[in-house]
Ligand binder design. Sequence first.
Ligand code: BES
Ligand code: MN
Length: 450
Amino acid sequence: MSLSETDLRAAIAREMPGVRADLENLVRIPGIAFEGFDHTQVERSATAVAELLRGCGLETEIVRHGGQPAVIGRKVAPAGAPTVLLYAHHDVQPTGDVALWTSDPFEPVERDGRLYGRGAADDKAGVMAHVAALRAFGDRLPVGVVVFVEGEEEYGSDSLNDIIEAHTEKLRSDVIVIADSGNWDIGQPALTTSLRGIVNLFAEVRVLKNAVHSGMFGGPIPDALMTLARLLTTLHDEDGDVAVDGLVGREGASVDYPEDRFREEGGVVEGVKLLGHGTITDRIWTKPAISVLGIDAPRTFEAANALQPAAKAKISVRLAPGDDPTSAYAAVRAHLEKFVPWGAQVEVTLEAGGSPCVIDATGPAYDAARAAFASAWDGTAPVDMGVGGSIPFIATFQELFPDAAILVTGVEDPYSGAHGPDESLHLGEFERVCLAEALLLKNVAEALTN
Ligand code: BES
Ligand code: MN
């Protein structure tokens, strides 16, 4: 006999304390895949995830291809039943300045119904949502599962294609659940149906062979920081729209995101204007964005009276669905080479790129998911939403398994603060996410079993 919705509700309620405790243990592991961080911590977090999957009765292995370790756990499908791939990532973003956190990023603490810590939402709660659903079914899982937990998503998933290529047959599935996005609001679930792509690049300008006295040479000779600043301002027009030719962008996102809510959620300082044209959702979902993430330059307190010879910026370009990272990089590079002022040299190099994606969210798996979400949120149906962030490998899965339905879910809400200080998880919503995933597996089994 298969478990009923009532059984699954009770099972999730029963499992939540253990799920919470295991989530806290994962948050205590500072597994950051970025260069220069202690990668033994990423190993520890892979081992911890493998242990959790083994505990769910999955056959588990840790795999790698030159990069950080991913975990694959599998349980074969009952006869005639579909196989569902459950994706999340166990690596996390660096903390940034720890002084900006209210409490230790790697010591989870609850405040006002939220669990604070780096990775508490993105994406260790995604890992635990999969574990929660598996625990709720125990040995009565009605589908086959492949759990795939990546170890370097936040660092650009460099070795992911090789891992996927080496393990394609193990990953083959009918439905793919990617628990690495979020919901529209607290109390309002969503399915994510479009994501932007990304091109991160460096632009380094050079004007001098060496630093020279700013009094003896300042005036006729441009310094590298002024030169770089001028160059960066050419990336947008006066209204703040992206001014690079050759990037894809369109208007027409259908969800209303009131400007005051957007300002509030983003923490925009009073008086600051928003850039560009179109609705807010057009601007974050279906248009490109260009931001400057960092500049290598002398720090002000130690800057000498000298003209700087060179300066380097890290520039992040978010790509609208329909764009392509190769052509977008070429477009931005050509722009920077064309507009560099004062005859300065500019060297443009690519850090990493990833494709945008759009999902045609129609068919039985999507119906199964929508029904599961509506039940888990006590009758509130999910909205389809885009997100401005990127999960580049979704496009890889789309190419590899064109017939698989891809459900992009997740635990984040507008106040999760992913990538920033005081990242947190709404614990009430987290329980709904866990329940929704269990119901989703049940509904998918019912809809797709032959
Ligand atoms: N979970 C995010 C993706 C995301 C962002 C989903 C915003 C929903 C809303 C993911 O972990 C992430 O941050 N991805 C990186 C990708 C990059 C490293 C290639 C991103 O968007 O910066
Ligand atoms: Mn993530």
